[in-house]
Structure formats: C-alpha cells, structure tokens
Design a protein around this ligand. Structure first.
Ligand code: HEC
Length: 152
C-alpha cells in the first residue's frame, strides 16, 4: 500500500518539476529580451547622440541671461536649446524634470561633475568656471524650456 501510493505521487512531482523548468526558461527568455531591449535603446542612435525637438518660449530676464551662459558653457555637450548632442544628453527630457532632478542637481553637476549613470556618453567633467549666480540663470533657462515642452 505505501509503495503504490509513492508510485502514484512520483508522476505528480515530476510534472511539477517540469513546470518549474518551463518557468525558468520563460524567465531566461524574458531576461534576454530585456537585455536586448536595453542594448538597442542605448545604441540605436549609432553614436549620433540623442536629440529631441525643443520649442523655445519667449525668454526674458534671468532665463534669457541663462540662455547665453548655457550656449557658452553647456551647449557643446547638451546641444543648443538643451536638445542633446553626440556628447551629452538633452536636458529638455523627462529624466530632468524638477521632481526627479531638483535644482540642486545642477549645482552639484557643475561643482563636482557627473558620473555617467543615465546615458552612454561618459562622465560630465566639473564646470567650475561657471559661478553660482550663472548656474541660477542657467537653471531658470532650462526650467523655462522644460516647461514650454510639457516637462514640469
Ligand atoms: C563635456 C560635456 C559636458 C558639458 C560641457 C556639460 N555637461 Fe552636463 N552632462 C554631460 C553628460 C554626458 C551628462 C550625463 C551623465 C549621465 O547621467 O550619464 C550630463 C549630465 C548633466 C546633468 C544631470 C545631473 C544628474 O544628477 O544626473 C545636469 C543637470 C547637467 N549635466 C547640467 C549641465 C550644465 C548646466 C552645463 C553647463 C554649465 C553642463 N551640464 C555642461 C556632459 C556635459
């Protein structure tokens, strides 16, 4: 009696084992797909960088001064109108909305540089020649651009 009960159990436990194996294959396929997706996302631009279309609003006062400072100090990498280039990411981008990268992120980036973590461009070197008052103007400018492009 106990033996026959054991025999009956075996197929059930084997099929459970097979189910677990299938699950692992599915998980592996999904993980591989995710890896390919991330690879394509990072390389799809073929080294031309990432550029976005930016609507430039009327700028005045601090934001207008920020535009000039940005063109001198930042546009070489972040592109004109902060739209991105082959050396740095667009700042008019959901990643840099105020709730995700508060103004302090700009001060820190300029004082200390940025280790590459979101993009495949490499590190941003510190920009210590840009003083705090100018950073404030640049932040006004970038926030005005973001706002005009639906990034709040
Ligand atoms: C030599 C190229 C270069 C210059 C010049 C440059 N940046 Fe960057 N910056 C980068 C790169 C590349 C990144 C993205 C790093 C990452 O997340 O992968 C970045 C990221 C940033 C970030 C995001 C920081 C964070 O916390 O993730 C801010 C803000 C920023 N830059 C602002 C500026 C401003 C403002 C200027 C001009 C004063 C400037 N950058 C000049 C290359 C540059």
């Amino acid at each position: 009696m106990p033996k026959s009960r054991q025999r009956k159990k075996r197929p059930a436990s084997q099929s459970a084992g097979r189910g677990g194996w299938t699950g692992r294959v599915v998980a592996a396929v999904l993980a591989a797909g995710l890896g390919v997706g991330i690879y394509l996302w990072r390389h799809v631009d073929g080294g031309d960088g990432i550029r976005v279309d930016v609507t430039v609003p009327d700028l005045s006062g601090r934001a207008a001064r920020g535009e000039a400072a940005f063109a001198r100090a930042c546009a070489g990498c972040h592109g004109s109108d902060a739209a991105g280039s082959d050396r740095g990411p667009p700042l008019v981008h959901g990643i840099y909305e105020p709730g995700h990268h508060a103004d302090v992120a700009f001060y820190n980036a300029i004082a200390n540089g940025v280790r590459a973590h979101h993009w495949p461009f490499g590190d941003m070197p510190p920009q210590r020649h840009v003083d705090r008052a100018t950073v404030r103007e640049i932040v006004s400018y970038v926030r005005a651009l973001q706002c005009a492009n639906g990034i709040h």
